[in-house]
Design a protein around this ligand. Structure first.
Ligand code: ZN
Length: 162
């Protein structure tokens, strides 16, 4: 078990497109476990690998629905439906919450730690967390989408750095 340091907004890796995972080995299983540990230790409900400094398409989420930790390897979102506005926070953005408009319902295609393929349709917090975390995999932070960005955050400048 290892708890990673969480990368904060402003770090270049949070602007990068993460690389797909191709090896489904013991190292991957350990990394997913460590990501969950790191997320729980920080009292978060979701974590993407770039947030611990790794350019990998990995996401862990505990949506508080009793399902416990969910692991998503190479997740791809499809079929967004509806709209929902709610408050979000991010472990990479300390002491801030902002309202974000997301699809109310979304389908995720992903692999598990063994490389098997799955599809899941989610709503509620799980749908929101999936959209938030998958944004991280494409180099986006939710501050680009909040209705009122915090002072000092310049989404335009962030785009240029990509
Ligand atoms: Zn985040």
């Amino acid at each position: 078990m290892a708890i990673y340091d969480i990368v904060k907004v402003g770090a270049p890796i949070l602007r990068e497109k993460a690389v797909p995972v191709t090896r489904f080995d013991k190292k991957l299983a350990r990394l997913l476990k460590d990501m969950a540990e790191t997320m729980y230790a920080a009292n978060g409900c979701g974590l993407a690998a770039p947030q611990i400094g790794l350019s990998k398409r990995l996401v862990v989420i505990d949506a508080g629905d009793g399902a416990g930790i969910r692991e998503f390897v190479n997740p791809v979102l499809t079929d967004p439906e509806g709209e929902a506005v709610d408050s979000e926070g991010c472990l990479s953005v300390p002491d801030y919450e902002g309202e974000v408009k997301r699809a109310a319902r979304i389908t995720v295609h992903f692999q598990d730690r063994k490389g098997d393929h799955y599809r899941l349709t989610a709503d509620g917090l799980l749908a929101r967390a999936l959209q938030h975390e998958c944004d991280h995999l494409d180099g986006h932070v939710y501050l680009e989408k909040v209705t009122e960005p915090p002072e000092g955050f310049d989404a335009g400048q962030a785009e240029e750095q990509e």
